[in-house]
Design a binder for this molecule. Structure first.
Ligand code: ZN
Ligand code: ZN
Length: 243
């Protein structure tokens, strides 16, 4: 009897904690809390410096002090700055993709840890009034069954002294996929896609906008523009990764 229970317990543990890495199928460290092997886990590391103070674009090579990349120099972003937890490469890219499209929640948890660490280190939470996840168009959210940005935002407010705002900022127009568009086309594609149901609630608020990926910043910038129009005092963008 005891043997049978032990056997079931072992099988249950193997289902909950498979011996293989969830990304590359390599061997995981025995007893590790992570679903990833050591090699993949190393790829999920904080964004290495130096990076652009405005949009977090990493710069290859040594550079002293603060700098603004050429991407930001000719652009007037509506947000104050974007804080990104890691680069969208290797295991991080795979984890985000699987979390978003296959709903691999355990991989989302690994990414959330990284996001929370970046948020703790780089954002002054005493000066934040609310956290707003980038909304999906309702039909898109039904199709995907969840909004990945909202999932991360909910994790964030559990760990940090912040209030969540869901349902006020909404996506009032569906937009074409951004994957094949350049930066200018992306800006145009999302223009006017967001509205605030109760704009007065954003008046004089210091807002953090949360999303999973920052590529050209078109989507988060459009959210920030809407929040500014509603009277937000400041808008910081916070994303899991930087494309
Ligand atoms: Zn691995
Ligand atoms: Zn920049």
């Amino acid at each position: 009897m005891v043997g049978a229970i032990k056997n079931w317990a072992r099988i249950a543990l193997e289902i909950l904690y498979p011996a293989d890495c969830a990304v590359c199928k390599g061997a995981r460290e025995p007893g590790s809390r992570s679903m990833l092997c050591e090699k993949c886990r190393k790829e999920l590391r904080p964004l290495p410096g130096p990076f652009c103070e405005r949009c977090s674009l990493p710069f290859d090579g040594a550079i002293g002090g603060n700098f603004k990349c050429s991407h930001c120099a000719d652009k007037a972003f509506a947000f104050d700055r974007a804080v990104c937890a890691c680069r969208l490469t290797g295991a991080a890219r795979e984890c985000i993709h699987r979390f978003k499209y296959d709903r691999a929640v355990w991989l989302g948890a690994e990414l959330a840890e990284l996001l929370i660490a970046a948020a703790q280190e780089r954002i002054a939470w005493k000066k934040v009034d609310c956290v707003v996840p980038v909304p999906l168009f309702p039909a898109r959210e039904r199709e995907r069954h969840f909004n990945q940005a909202e999932w991360f935002a909910r994790r964030l407010v559990r760990a940090l002294p912040a209030t969540l705002s869901v349902g006020n900022l909404r996506r009032s127009r569906d937009t074409a996929t951004q994957a094949f568009l350049n930066a200018a086309e992306r800006m145009e594609n999302v223009r006017g896609a967001f509205t605030a149901r109760r704009p007065a609630e954003f008046m004089k608020r210091r807002v953090v906008v949360v999303d999973d990926v920052f590529t050209t910043g078109a989507t988060t910038n459009e959210c920030a523009r809407m929040l500014r129009t509603a009277g937000a005092e400041s808008v910081t963008v916070l994303t899991v990764s930087r494309g």
